[in-house]
Design a protein around this ligand. Sequence first.
Ligand SMILES: [Zn+2]
Length: 247
Amino acid sequence: MNKILKKRLISLAAVLGIVLFSGGVILGKLYMESRKLSPVETREIAAGVYAVKDSYVNLFLMKTDDTYIAFDAGNDAKKVRQELLKLKIDPKNVAAVFLTHSDPDHVAACILFSNARIFLPKAEEPMVNGQISRFLFMKNKLALPHELLEDNQIINISGLKIKGISTPGHTPGSMSFLVNGTHLFTGDTMGIKNGEVTQFNDLFNMDTRRQRKSITRLAALPGVDYIFTGHYGFVDLPEIFFRNWKE
Ligand SMILES: [Zn+2]
């Protein structure tokens, strides 16, 4: 083997080694973080509020007089259908789905809710129309017709008043939803540890500094009774939840 070829082979092996090692470290970190996720089992968790567990993610439903409103849709439509069956909820009876952001684990099962109006935060639209990538070349998708929501916009459906509150950070257009002033659905804007707020994991956030500002915005909301998260369950004592929060 000539000397130049040998040198090139050694460099190639070194680069491959670094790539494989870094990939292994990232995968290991992702695995450790995914083990900390703690979604709620499928059940009624508060009066008229249902958690639906789709492996590592929750979507939530609120009952109205005659329909249900969903906050996020879940990942696997087949699994979400099975879980809804346990609650005796027909997906056709869901009148609206409010998406906190466009990641597939919150959006992909939208297809199940064939009668629902689908709402996406306006600032999240570039994530699904190809303008912004989620990670390297990976892009999020939302192939169904949807309506766009502005910050502070209020939608009234069957007696529920749903207010969109822009909480960017996890993704540029992430939004939380405050229902009737008391029930707050935050998606991946925060986690919960020992009953208190944490930022969502850095590895999955597009801008953690913005997310921390968003959490501060939510901490200032008066009158909230319940806070629901995408991957860490919920709390019903918000005054304790934010007591040690520092941006
Ligand atoms: Zn998520």
